[in-house]
Design a protein around this ligand. Structure first.
Ligand code: CTP
Length: 401
Protein backbone atom coordinates (compact mmCIF):
# COMPACT_ATOMS: atom_id res chain seq x y z
CA UNK A 1 0.00 0.00 0.00
CA UNK A 2 1.33 3.44 -0.95
CA UNK A 3 -0.01 6.97 -0.56
CA UNK A 4 -0.21 8.70 -3.93
CA UNK A 5 -0.67 12.42 -4.38
CA UNK A 6 -2.34 12.59 -7.80
CA UNK A 7 -2.05 15.91 -9.60
CA UNK A 8 -4.49 16.11 -12.48
CA UNK A 9 -3.77 18.58 -15.31
CA UNK A 10 -6.33 20.16 -17.62
CA UNK A 11 -6.42 17.98 -20.71
CA UNK A 12 -8.97 15.71 -22.36
CA UNK A 13 -7.10 12.71 -20.86
CA UNK A 14 -8.10 13.91 -17.38
CA UNK A 15 -11.04 11.51 -17.49
CA UNK A 16 -8.55 8.64 -17.50
CA UNK A 17 -7.25 9.93 -14.15
CA UNK A 18 -10.61 8.95 -12.68
CA UNK A 19 -10.07 5.42 -13.97
CA UNK A 20 -6.55 5.44 -12.55
CA UNK A 21 -7.93 6.35 -9.12
CA UNK A 22 -10.28 3.37 -9.33
CA UNK A 23 -7.43 0.97 -10.18
CA UNK A 24 -5.16 2.43 -7.50
CA UNK A 25 -7.87 2.08 -4.83
CA UNK A 26 -8.52 -1.50 -5.94
CA UNK A 27 -4.80 -2.23 -5.53
CA UNK A 28 -5.01 -0.91 -1.98
CA UNK A 29 -3.31 2.46 -2.47
CA UNK A 30 -4.49 5.72 -0.90
CA UNK A 31 -5.01 8.50 -3.43
CA UNK A 32 -5.29 12.22 -2.70
CA UNK A 33 -6.37 14.06 -5.87
CA UNK A 34 -5.39 17.64 -6.65
CA UNK A 35 -7.06 19.30 -9.63
CA UNK A 36 -5.74 22.30 -11.58
CA UNK A 37 -8.30 24.88 -12.72
CA UNK A 38 -8.12 23.37 -16.22
CA UNK A 39 -8.69 19.85 -14.94
CA UNK A 40 -11.98 20.91 -13.38
CA UNK A 41 -13.33 21.60 -16.88
CA UNK A 42 -12.88 17.89 -17.66
CA UNK A 43 -13.56 16.10 -14.37
CA UNK A 44 -15.27 17.30 -11.22
CA UNK A 45 -13.84 17.31 -7.70
CA UNK A 46 -17.05 15.56 -6.63
CA UNK A 47 -16.52 12.48 -8.81
CA UNK A 48 -12.83 12.27 -7.88
CA UNK A 49 -13.65 12.54 -4.16
CA UNK A 50 -16.15 9.70 -4.50
CA UNK A 51 -13.72 7.43 -6.36
CA UNK A 52 -10.74 8.25 -4.13
CA UNK A 53 -12.78 8.26 -0.90
CA UNK A 54 -10.57 11.22 0.02
CA UNK A 55 -10.84 14.99 0.13
CA UNK A 56 -9.94 16.63 -3.19
CA UNK A 57 -7.83 19.78 -3.26
CA UNK A 58 -8.10 22.52 -5.86
CA UNK A 59 -6.99 25.85 -4.47
CA UNK A 60 -3.97 27.25 -2.71
CA UNK A 61 -6.16 29.92 -1.22
CA UNK A 62 -8.68 27.66 0.44
CA UNK A 63 -8.13 28.71 4.04
CA UNK A 64 -10.09 25.79 5.39
CA UNK A 65 -7.63 23.36 3.80
CA UNK A 66 -4.67 25.42 5.04
CA UNK A 67 -5.93 25.09 8.60
CA UNK A 68 -6.60 21.37 8.33
CA UNK A 69 -3.57 20.54 6.19
CA UNK A 70 -1.06 23.11 4.92
CA UNK A 71 0.23 22.82 1.36
CA UNK A 72 3.71 21.84 2.54
CA UNK A 73 2.30 19.00 4.60
CA UNK A 74 0.06 17.93 1.72
CA UNK A 75 3.09 17.77 -0.60
CA UNK A 76 4.97 15.53 1.80
CA UNK A 77 2.26 13.31 3.27
CA UNK A 78 2.36 11.06 0.21
CA UNK A 79 4.93 8.40 -0.67
CA UNK A 80 4.81 9.31 -4.32
CA UNK A 81 3.58 12.21 -6.46
CA UNK A 82 2.00 11.38 -9.83
CA UNK A 83 1.14 14.06 -12.38
CA UNK A 84 -1.48 12.54 -14.69
CA UNK A 85 -2.25 13.79 -17.22
CA UNK A 86 0.63 16.25 -17.43
CA UNK A 87 -0.20 18.92 -19.99
CA UNK A 88 2.45 20.85 -21.95
CA UNK A 89 1.63 23.88 -19.79
CA UNK A 90 2.03 22.03 -16.49
CA UNK A 91 5.31 20.45 -17.68
CA UNK A 92 6.62 23.90 -18.71
CA UNK A 93 5.71 25.33 -15.30
CA UNK A 94 7.43 22.43 -13.53
CA UNK A 95 10.56 22.84 -15.66
CA UNK A 96 10.64 26.56 -14.86
CA UNK A 97 9.98 25.97 -11.15
CA UNK A 98 6.83 28.12 -11.11
CA UNK A 99 4.42 27.96 -8.19
CA UNK A 100 1.36 29.75 -9.49
CA UNK A 101 -1.37 27.48 -8.16
CA UNK A 102 -1.85 24.61 -5.73
CA UNK A 103 -0.59 21.88 -8.12
CA UNK A 104 2.66 23.66 -9.07
CA UNK A 105 3.28 24.76 -5.47
CA UNK A 106 2.96 21.17 -4.25
CA UNK A 107 5.33 19.99 -7.00
CA UNK A 108 7.93 22.54 -5.94
CA UNK A 109 7.53 21.84 -2.23
CA UNK A 110 7.60 18.06 -2.34
CA UNK A 111 10.54 15.95 -1.18
CA UNK A 112 9.03 12.75 -2.59
CA UNK A 113 9.69 10.99 -5.92
CA UNK A 114 7.64 12.47 -8.75
CA UNK A 115 6.40 10.65 -11.87
CA UNK A 116 4.94 12.56 -14.79
CA UNK A 117 2.57 10.98 -17.35
CA UNK A 118 2.32 13.45 -20.25
CA UNK A 119 -0.65 13.63 -22.62
CA UNK A 120 -1.10 16.23 -25.32
CA UNK A 121 -1.46 16.86 -29.03
CA UNK A 122 1.35 15.26 -31.06
CA UNK A 123 2.72 18.60 -32.32
CA UNK A 124 2.75 20.00 -28.78
CA UNK A 125 4.61 16.87 -27.58
CA UNK A 126 7.16 17.11 -30.40
CA UNK A 127 7.68 20.87 -30.02
CA UNK A 128 11.30 21.65 -29.09
CA UNK A 129 10.09 23.66 -26.09
CA UNK A 130 8.23 20.64 -24.66
CA UNK A 131 11.15 18.31 -25.37
CA UNK A 132 13.51 20.80 -23.70
CA UNK A 133 11.23 20.91 -20.66
CA UNK A 134 11.01 17.10 -20.52
CA UNK A 135 14.83 16.86 -20.61
CA UNK A 136 14.97 19.39 -17.77
CA UNK A 137 12.48 17.41 -15.66
CA UNK A 138 14.50 14.21 -16.20
CA UNK A 139 17.69 16.02 -15.25
CA UNK A 140 15.92 17.23 -12.11
CA UNK A 141 15.34 13.62 -11.08
CA UNK A 142 11.72 13.36 -12.16
CA UNK A 143 10.56 10.21 -13.94
CA UNK A 144 8.79 11.13 -17.17
CA UNK A 145 6.84 8.32 -18.83
CA UNK A 146 6.77 8.15 -22.61
CA UNK A 147 3.30 8.81 -24.06
CA UNK A 148 1.64 6.16 -26.21
CA UNK A 149 1.34 6.50 -29.95
CA UNK A 150 -2.02 6.33 -31.72
CA UNK A 151 -5.09 8.25 -32.87
CA UNK A 152 -5.77 11.25 -30.65
CA UNK A 153 -8.89 13.04 -29.47
CA UNK A 154 -7.93 16.03 -31.66
CA UNK A 155 -8.02 13.83 -34.80
CA UNK A 156 -4.26 13.63 -35.31
CA UNK A 157 -2.05 10.56 -35.00
CA UNK A 158 1.26 10.10 -33.20
CA UNK A 159 2.88 10.09 -29.78
CA UNK A 160 1.02 12.06 -27.12
CA UNK A 161 -1.68 9.69 -25.83
CA UNK A 162 -1.84 8.94 -22.14
CA UNK A 163 -0.87 5.29 -21.52
CA UNK A 164 -3.50 3.04 -19.96
CA UNK A 165 -4.05 3.81 -16.28
CA UNK A 166 -2.97 0.27 -15.37
CA UNK A 167 0.33 0.75 -17.26
CA UNK A 168 0.93 4.05 -15.48
CA UNK A 169 0.34 2.47 -12.08
CA UNK A 170 2.65 -0.42 -12.99
CA UNK A 171 5.37 2.08 -13.93
CA UNK A 172 5.28 3.77 -10.52
CA UNK A 173 8.08 2.58 -8.24
CA UNK A 174 5.59 2.24 -5.42
CA UNK A 175 7.46 -0.53 -3.62
CA UNK A 176 10.59 1.60 -3.44
CA UNK A 177 8.64 4.84 -3.06
CA UNK A 178 9.64 5.25 0.53
CA UNK A 179 13.27 4.38 -0.19
CA UNK A 180 13.76 6.72 -3.11
CA UNK A 181 14.27 10.17 -1.65
CA UNK A 182 15.69 13.19 -3.46
CA UNK A 183 19.41 13.91 -3.30
CA UNK A 184 20.57 14.90 0.15
CA UNK A 185 17.72 13.05 1.86
CA UNK A 186 18.09 9.70 3.66
CA UNK A 187 18.39 6.88 1.15
CA UNK A 188 20.00 3.55 0.38
CA UNK A 189 23.32 5.26 -0.48
CA UNK A 190 23.29 7.99 2.16
CA UNK A 191 26.82 8.65 3.43
CA UNK A 192 28.45 7.08 0.35
CA UNK A 193 30.59 8.91 -2.19
CA UNK A 194 29.89 7.80 -5.75
CA UNK A 195 32.27 8.81 -8.52
CA UNK A 196 30.98 8.66 -12.11
CA UNK A 197 32.73 9.40 -15.42
CA UNK A 198 30.56 10.08 -18.46
CA UNK A 199 30.66 11.14 -22.09
CA UNK A 200 33.48 11.08 -24.61
CA UNK A 201 36.91 12.66 -24.38
CA UNK A 202 38.26 14.99 -27.03
CA UNK A 203 41.91 14.72 -27.99
CA UNK A 204 43.12 17.81 -29.86
CA UNK A 205 44.93 17.49 -33.18
CA UNK A 206 45.44 21.21 -33.67
CA UNK A 207 43.69 24.36 -32.27
CA UNK A 208 40.46 23.62 -34.20
CA UNK A 209 40.30 19.83 -34.59
CA UNK A 210 39.80 16.96 -32.17
CA UNK A 211 39.53 13.17 -32.18
CA UNK A 212 36.22 12.32 -30.56
CA UNK A 213 33.69 9.50 -30.29
CA UNK A 214 29.91 9.21 -30.36
CA UNK A 215 29.27 8.85 -26.62
CA UNK A 216 26.39 11.14 -25.57
CA UNK A 217 26.95 10.91 -21.82
CA UNK A 218 23.26 10.01 -21.25
CA UNK A 219 23.90 6.71 -19.46
CA UNK A 220 26.54 8.15 -17.13
CA UNK A 221 24.41 11.20 -16.32
CA UNK A 222 21.41 8.96 -15.57
CA UNK A 223 23.57 6.89 -13.19
CA UNK A 224 24.83 10.03 -11.42
CA UNK A 225 21.23 11.20 -11.09
CA UNK A 226 19.96 7.89 -9.72
CA UNK A 227 22.85 7.77 -7.20
CA UNK A 228 22.02 11.29 -5.98
CA UNK A 229 18.37 10.30 -5.65
CA UNK A 230 19.48 7.38 -3.48
CA UNK A 231 21.10 9.91 -1.15
CA UNK A 232 24.76 9.54 -2.25
CA UNK A 233 27.25 12.37 -2.58
CA UNK A 234 27.97 12.22 -6.29
CA UNK A 235 30.95 13.55 -8.24
CA UNK A 236 30.31 13.43 -11.98
CA UNK A 237 33.36 13.91 -14.18
CA UNK A 238 32.02 14.73 -17.62
CA UNK A 239 33.69 14.90 -21.00
CA UNK A 240 32.38 17.36 -23.60
CA UNK A 241 28.59 16.79 -23.68
CA UNK A 242 25.62 19.13 -23.82
CA UNK A 243 23.57 17.70 -20.96
CA UNK A 244 22.22 19.55 -17.91
CA UNK A 245 23.74 18.70 -14.55
CA UNK A 246 21.43 16.36 -12.60
CA UNK A 247 19.99 17.83 -9.42
CA UNK A 248 22.20 17.36 -6.37
CA UNK A 249 25.27 16.22 -8.35
CA UNK A 250 28.63 18.01 -8.32
CA UNK A 251 30.09 18.09 -11.79
CA UNK A 252 33.63 18.56 -13.05
CA UNK A 253 33.92 19.25 -16.79
CA UNK A 254 37.00 17.94 -18.57
CA UNK A 255 38.08 17.64 -22.21
CA UNK A 256 40.90 15.11 -22.58
CA UNK A 257 41.52 11.63 -21.16
CA UNK A 258 44.47 12.97 -19.17
CA UNK A 259 42.25 15.68 -17.59
CA UNK A 260 39.59 13.06 -16.81
CA UNK A 261 42.22 10.82 -15.21
CA UNK A 262 43.53 13.72 -13.07
CA UNK A 263 40.02 14.79 -11.99
CA UNK A 264 39.18 11.19 -10.98
CA UNK A 265 42.36 10.82 -8.93
CA UNK A 266 41.85 14.11 -7.09
CA UNK A 267 38.22 13.15 -6.32
CA UNK A 268 39.27 10.02 -4.37
CA UNK A 269 38.45 8.51 -1.96
CA UNK A 270 35.14 7.11 -3.17
CA UNK A 271 33.02 4.19 -2.02
CA UNK A 272 31.86 3.41 -5.54
CA UNK A 273 33.33 4.36 -8.93
CA UNK A 274 31.28 3.86 -12.08
CA UNK A 275 33.45 4.50 -15.12
CA UNK A 276 30.95 5.04 -17.93
CA UNK A 277 33.01 7.42 -20.07
CA UNK A 278 34.18 6.39 -23.52
CA UNK A 279 37.78 7.41 -22.97
CA UNK A 280 40.08 7.82 -25.98
CA UNK A 281 42.86 5.27 -25.72
CA UNK A 282 45.29 7.36 -27.77
CA UNK A 283 46.14 11.04 -28.17
CA UNK A 284 48.06 12.73 -30.97
CA UNK A 285 50.77 15.28 -30.33
CA UNK A 286 48.72 18.43 -31.09
CA UNK A 287 50.08 21.04 -33.48
CA UNK A 288 50.18 24.63 -32.12
CA UNK A 289 49.07 25.95 -35.49
CA UNK A 290 46.09 24.92 -37.59
CA UNK A 291 47.17 22.18 -39.99
CA UNK A 292 46.70 23.20 -43.61
CA UNK A 293 45.68 20.95 -46.49
CA UNK A 294 48.95 21.81 -48.21
CA UNK A 295 50.86 20.34 -45.26
CA UNK A 296 49.56 16.86 -46.11
CA UNK A 297 49.72 13.94 -46.23
CA UNK A 298 48.91 14.04 -42.54
CA UNK A 299 51.17 11.97 -40.37
CA UNK A 300 49.88 11.87 -36.78
CA UNK A 301 51.89 10.23 -34.03
CA UNK A 302 49.90 8.86 -31.13
CA UNK A 303 50.80 8.22 -27.50
CA UNK A 304 48.83 6.04 -25.14
CA UNK A 305 46.40 7.69 -22.71
CA UNK A 306 46.22 6.54 -19.09
CA UNK A 307 43.60 3.85 -18.48
CA UNK A 308 41.54 5.42 -15.68
CA UNK A 309 39.63 2.27 -14.71
CA UNK A 310 42.81 0.17 -14.61
CA UNK A 311 44.57 2.89 -12.59
CA UNK A 312 41.74 2.76 -10.03
CA UNK A 313 41.99 -1.03 -9.92
CA UNK A 314 45.62 -0.75 -8.82
CA UNK A 315 45.21 2.35 -6.64
CA UNK A 316 45.98 2.18 -2.89
CA UNK A 317 42.68 4.07 -2.43
CA UNK A 318 40.79 1.70 -4.73
CA UNK A 319 37.02 2.34 -4.38
CA UNK A 320 35.27 -0.50 -2.51
CA UNK A 321 33.09 -1.19 -5.54
CA UNK A 322 34.76 -0.57 -8.90
CA UNK A 323 32.51 -0.73 -11.95
CA UNK A 324 33.54 -0.37 -15.59
CA UNK A 325 31.57 -0.32 -18.80
CA UNK A 326 32.42 -2.19 -21.99
CA UNK A 327 30.99 -0.91 -25.23
CA UNK A 328 31.48 -3.73 -27.72
CA UNK A 329 30.42 -4.65 -31.22
CA UNK A 330 31.65 -8.31 -31.14
CA UNK A 331 32.10 -11.04 -28.53
CA UNK A 332 30.44 -8.76 -25.98
CA UNK A 333 30.59 -11.09 -22.98
CA UNK A 334 34.06 -12.51 -23.62
CA UNK A 335 35.54 -9.04 -24.08
CA UNK A 336 33.80 -7.81 -20.93
CA UNK A 337 35.13 -10.74 -18.89
CA UNK A 338 38.65 -9.99 -20.14
CA UNK A 339 38.31 -6.31 -19.24
CA UNK A 340 37.05 -7.14 -15.74
CA UNK A 341 40.14 -9.18 -15.01
CA UNK A 342 42.66 -6.95 -16.76
CA UNK A 343 41.41 -3.77 -15.12
CA UNK A 344 40.71 -5.40 -11.70
CA UNK A 345 37.11 -4.15 -11.70
CA UNK A 346 34.40 -5.80 -9.62
CA UNK A 347 31.73 -5.50 -12.29
CA UNK A 348 31.72 -4.74 -15.99
CA UNK A 349 28.51 -3.43 -17.47
CA UNK A 350 28.67 -4.68 -21.03
CA UNK A 351 26.57 -3.40 -23.87
CA UNK A 352 26.41 -4.08 -27.58
CA UNK A 353 26.92 -0.80 -29.41
CA UNK A 354 26.64 -2.18 -32.94
CA UNK A 355 23.57 -1.21 -34.93
CA UNK A 356 22.68 1.20 -37.70
CA UNK A 357 23.24 4.93 -37.16
CA UNK A 358 20.34 6.40 -35.18
CA UNK A 359 19.48 3.06 -33.60
CA UNK A 360 22.77 2.48 -31.85
CA UNK A 361 23.09 2.56 -28.07
CA UNK A 362 25.54 5.42 -28.50
CA UNK A 363 23.44 8.57 -28.50
CA UNK A 364 20.17 6.63 -28.12
CA UNK A 365 17.87 6.46 -25.10
CA UNK A 366 17.84 2.67 -24.61
CA UNK A 367 20.40 0.13 -23.52
CA UNK A 368 20.63 -3.67 -23.20
CA UNK A 369 22.99 -4.70 -20.43
CA UNK A 370 24.92 -7.80 -19.40
CA UNK A 371 26.31 -7.37 -15.90
CA UNK A 372 29.55 -9.34 -15.65
CA UNK A 373 30.78 -10.01 -12.11
CA UNK A 374 32.69 -12.70 -10.22
CA UNK A 375 29.32 -14.49 -9.84
CA UNK A 376 28.76 -14.78 -13.59
CA UNK A 377 26.72 -12.90 -16.16
CA UNK A 378 23.34 -11.32 -15.53
CA UNK A 379 21.42 -10.41 -18.72
CA UNK A 380 19.07 -7.46 -18.34
CA UNK A 381 16.18 -6.78 -20.68
CA UNK A 382 16.35 -3.74 -22.95
CA UNK A 383 15.31 -0.65 -21.03
CA UNK A 384 15.66 3.12 -21.09
CA UNK A 385 19.00 4.44 -19.90
CA UNK A 386 17.20 5.90 -16.87
CA UNK A 387 15.74 2.49 -15.99
CA UNK A 388 19.17 0.85 -16.44
CA UNK A 389 20.67 3.51 -14.15
CA UNK A 390 18.04 2.86 -11.47
CA UNK A 391 18.58 -0.91 -11.65
CA UNK A 392 22.34 -0.49 -11.37
CA UNK A 393 21.96 1.81 -8.36
CA UNK A 394 19.59 -0.74 -6.76
CA UNK A 395 22.26 -3.44 -7.31
CA UNK A 396 24.94 -1.19 -5.85
CA UNK A 397 22.72 -0.45 -2.83
CA UNK A 398 22.27 -4.21 -2.27
CA UNK A 399 26.06 -4.54 -1.99
CA UNK A 400 26.03 -2.10 0.89
CA UNK A 401 22.93 -3.40 2.68
N1 CTP B 1 38.46 3.25 -19.65
C1 CTP B 1 39.21 4.13 -18.89
N2 CTP B 1 40.33 4.73 -19.44
C2 CTP B 1 40.69 4.46 -20.71
C3 CTP B 1 39.95 3.56 -21.49
C4 CTP B 1 38.82 2.96 -20.93
O1 CTP B 1 38.86 4.36 -17.74
N3 CTP B 1 41.77 5.07 -21.21
C5 CTP B 1 37.31 2.59 -19.03
C6 CTP B 1 35.98 2.98 -19.63
O2 CTP B 1 35.43 4.10 -18.96
C7 CTP B 1 35.18 1.71 -19.39
C8 CTP B 1 36.19 0.61 -19.49
O3 CTP B 1 37.45 1.22 -19.24
O4 CTP B 1 34.65 1.68 -18.08
C9 CTP B 1 36.25 -0.11 -20.78
O5 CTP B 1 36.44 0.79 -21.82
P1 CTP B 1 36.71 0.31 -23.31
O6 CTP B 1 36.97 1.51 -24.16
O7 CTP B 1 35.61 -0.62 -23.72
O8 CTP B 1 38.02 -0.56 -23.06
P2 CTP B 1 39.44 -0.50 -23.63
O9 CTP B 1 40.37 -0.80 -22.53
O10 CTP B 1 39.66 0.78 -24.36
O11 CTP B 1 39.45 -1.74 -24.59
P3 CTP B 1 39.36 -1.87 -26.18
O12 CTP B 1 39.58 -0.51 -26.79
O13 CTP B 1 40.45 -2.82 -26.49
O14 CTP B 1 38.01 -2.44 -26.43
Amino acid sequence: MARILLIIGGGIAAYKAAELVRHARKAGHEVTPVLTDGAQHFVTPMSLAALAESPVYTSLWDLKDEVEMGHIELSRAADHVLVCPATADLIAKMAAGLATDLATTLLLATDKPVTVAPAMNVKMWQHPATQRNIAQLRADGITVLDPDEGPMACGEFGPGRLPDPEAILAALPLDSATTAPLAGAEGSLTGKHVLVTAGPTHEPIDPVRVIANKSSGKQGFAIAQAAAQAGARVTLIAGPVSLPTPFGVSRIDVTTAQEMHDAVMTSLPADVAVMVAAVADWRPQPSDKKLKKGDGPLDLKFSKNPDILAALGDHPDRPGLLIGFAAETDDVIENAKGKRERKKADWIVANDVSGPPGESVMGGDHNTIHLVSADGVDDWEEATKHAVAQKLIDRISEEFS
